[in-house]
Design a protein around this ligand. Structure first.
Ligand SMILES: Cc1cc2nc3c(=O)[nH]c(=O)nc-3n(C[C@H](O)[C@H](O)[C@H](O)COP(=O)(O)OP(=O)(O)OC[C@H]3O[C@@H](n4cnc5c(N)ncnc54)[C@H](O)[C@@H]3O)c2cc1C
Length: 467
């Protein structure tokens, strides 16, 4: 990033991956930065733990690297030697349909010959390039309607529905195509067809045209010691004195005349501090915005944002002796088809994905429960969750006996749902940013929820502040 002539003094609130990416890139661009974090650790939802020879994640299990900017950041962190690329088996994905595991086809040939999709669904898919584009409209279209219209109902039920479970733990009938799946939306808008758009984009990436940040090779990665290595690696690149952990903010006020932000805080051991900043980047989750000591008029300006839906998700890691599991676990994991009656959302075969997740004679399976369509399953007692998970694992994977390892992480408010109506939330954020110069709202509820998207949001903020 180029050195900027005007040096800005920037406060970042929240040391999750969005805040850390912004901090690193802003410092690289020559700005002065402090990061306030109210907990004692960095990384936000990216947390890795080890116990009894098992390594498990509380939040993300992996990161998809399909953008040069994300790849560059990882190279800068000196984590290159710790990067683990997902096992090739991860290309295989299973869908639970009518109580059985089915392999999701991964190529046109396997799609034509698979038994998961009916002949009618295959014919319907072939029509996609000839279906007229629907003009973009203010209200937007739900993801379910979009997929049904372009690809047919079976593709929604058996492919797109499970995909939505895996990313958002969301409800495709409510998720907005425009904002939750902007790339798919753009393919239709720009090329009139998803297939035509995908082919053209792939050609452009190969020949170095189009979006030069997109990588031809998409890799799913993690790190030897888990995903938490990434925020730790970025934090190690920050200048000394950048991070204020265990810090409670006392006030964040705006001076209209000077167009500067005044922040006071109470740090670890009761130390009190204050500072004046040209810019404040707020990266806390939307549902936490009201807890910030922001001026009433700022909070009024973003009144709808804290009400964004964040359904509960529970992440249960179960470990078994390899000999207890009949199934080879030769894939990324398994996800429910849309109308499948099940108490789990799906499961990841984590010890297949990356080495070092379990002792040599063991395997791990990460089960997700809850989400938008079945939030009650994310709030069950631990014993009820385990019983539900074991019912499914016995039936689908032929697992015998009890797990030799188990851990449960509950996210009461897990993932923001970018549903129909999100445009009014976005509009409030933009209006607030116009009204109060120097304030910026970022984080996974704006610009994409994946770890890679959050890294890019930090880069885009740096470009905006530097411009
Ligand atoms: C269970 C789960 C599984 C996921 N799986 C994947 C996956 O496999 N791959 C993938 O790419 N993505 C995945 N994601 C999504 C991705 O991990 C997140 O979207 C991303 O890490 C969010 O980063 P963030 O910095 O925006 O927010 P957060 O990580 O929420 O960070 C916000 C930070 O703000 C701090 N904060 C809050 N209030 C205050 C305050 N008052 N003052 C100061 N600081 C405050 C918090 O303590 C936190 O550190 C998953 C998410 C979850 C929950």
């Amino acid at each position: 990033m180029e050195q900027n002539t005007e040096r800005k003094h920037v406060a970042i609130i929240g040391a999750g991956i969005t805040g850390l990416s912004a901090a690193y890139h802003l410092q690289q661009a020559g700005h002065s930065v402090v990061v306030f974090e109210n907990s004692s650790r960095i990384g936000g939802v990216i947390q890795s733990s080890t116990k009894d020879g098992f390594l498990y994640e509380h939040g993300p299990n992996s990161l998809m690297v399909n953008d040069r900017r994300v790849e560059n950041l990882i190279q800068k962190t000196n984590l290159s030697s710790e990067v683990l690329v997902a096992n090739k088996a991860a290309n295989k994905r299973f869908v639970i349909h009518q109580g059985k595991l089915n392999t999701l086809p991964s190529s046109p040939a396997s799609f034509l010959t698979c038994s998961l999709f009916s002949f009618k669904a295959k014919l319907r898919l072939a029509k996609e390039p000839f279906i007229a584009k629907r003009p973009a409209e203010a209200g937007g279209e739900s993801f379910a309607d979009f997929v049904r219209r372009r690809l047919g109902p079976e593709m929604l039920e058996k492919a797109a529905g499970p995909f939505v479970n895996g990313i958002y733990a969301g409800d495709p009938n409510r998720l907005s195509t425009n904002y939750a799946f902007p790339r798919l939306f753009a393919l239709e808008q720009e090329h009139g067809s998803l297939f035509k758009g995908m082919l053209k984009t792939a050609r452009e990436i190969k020949t170095g045209k189009g979006d030069t940040n997109r990588l031809a090779k998409r890799e799913i990665i993690s790190f030897k010691n888990g995903m938490e290595s990434l925020p730790k690696g970025i934090a190690a690149l920050l200048e000394e004195g950048t991070l204020f952990l265990d810090t409670k903010l006392g006030g964040i006020s705006y001076n209209k005349k000077t167009k500067r932000w005044h922040i006071d805080w109470k740090g670890k051991n009761g130390t009190i501090g204050q500072g004046s900043f040209s810019d404040v980047i707020i990266t806390v989750p939307a549902h936490k915005l009201e807890e910030l000591p922001l001026e009433e008029k700022v909070l009024d300006a973003i009144s709808r944002v804290p009400h964004l839906d964040y359904p509960p998700v529970a992440s249960m890691m179960l470990g078994f002796k390899r000999s207890q599991v009949k199934h080879p676990l030769d894939g990324f994991g398994m996800l429910n088809a849309l109308n499948e009656k099940s108490k789990i959302l799906g499961a990841l075969f984590t010890s297949t994905l990356f080495p070092g997740r379990a002792p040599d004679d063991c395997v791990t399976i990460n089960i997700m429960l809850g989400g938008s369509r079945t939030p009650e399953h994310g709030k069950m007692s631990e014993s009820a969750m385990k019983a539900s998970a074991m019912d499914e694992l016995r039936r689908l994977l032929g697992i015998q006996g009890s797990p030799v390892f188990s851990s449960l992480v509950r996210w009461e408010k897990a993932i923001p749902q970018i549903n129909i109506g999100y445009s009014s939330i976005l509009e409030q954020l933009k209006q607030c940013e116009r009204k109060f110069s120097g304030i910026h709202f970022s984080g996974n509820y704006r610009g994409g929820i994946s770890v890679g998207d959050c890294i890019i949001s930090g880069i885009k903020l740096t470009e905006k502040i530097s411009s």
